[in-house]
Structures are given as C-alpha cells and as structure tokens.
Design a binder for this molecule. Structure first.
Ligand SMILES: [Zn+2]
Length: 96
C-alpha cells in the first residue's frame, strides 16, 4: 500500500467512524443551517455526496469508482472495509 499521510488517514478514520465533519452532520448537531455543499454545488453535503457525487471531485470519483470496482449494490461502508475499496478511498481522500 502506498504511503498515506497522517491527515489523510485521520480523515479516513473519522469518515469510517461516521464522525462526519461535513455540514449535514453539523446541521443535525446544532443550529447550523448551512448544510449545503461548496460554492455552486447546492447538494446536501453528506458522506456519500462527497465521495461519489459532488461535482467538485468528478475526475477523482471516476478513478475511485474504477479502482474500487464499485458496483451499484455496494454500500458506502464497503469503501471503508473491503481492502481494494479501502485503498482506493484513501487515495481519493489524499487527492481531494
Ligand atoms: Zn458537492
């Protein structure tokens, strides 16, 4: 496995443990009503959105889906558990 820096690994673990630091999670915890994604992306910022659907990361998402051999039947959790998918997810996080 390629060398992953501490920050990338920390983000991976936080996402895996669902200690999500993105806006939809903060929205649930507080009165933060800014749960929309960045700039022109008006989608709700969720784990699935950031990993698979956000328009800001389209090129990296294509690589992630290909390297993780992601199927429609896979859940988002498989990206953190199955080895080949986990490696692809770490690389995605490193590059985004
Ligand atoms: Zn987005």
């Amino acid at each position: 496995m390629r060398k992953i820096n501490k920050l990338t690994f920390s983000i991976f673990i936080q996402l895996k443990m669902r200690h999500e630091y993105f806006k939809s999670y903060l929205h649930r915890l507080s009165e933060n009503n800014l749960n929309k994604c960045y700039k022109i992306c008006n989608a709700r910022q969720t784990l699935k959105h950031l990993l698979l659907n956000c328009r800001h990361y389209k090129a990296e998402q294509i690589k992630l889906k290909k390297k993780a051999q992601l199927k429609n039947t896979d859940t988002i959790l498989t990206l953190f558990i199955i080895k080949i998918k986990r490696i692809a997810t770490l690389k995605y996080l490193k590059n985004t």
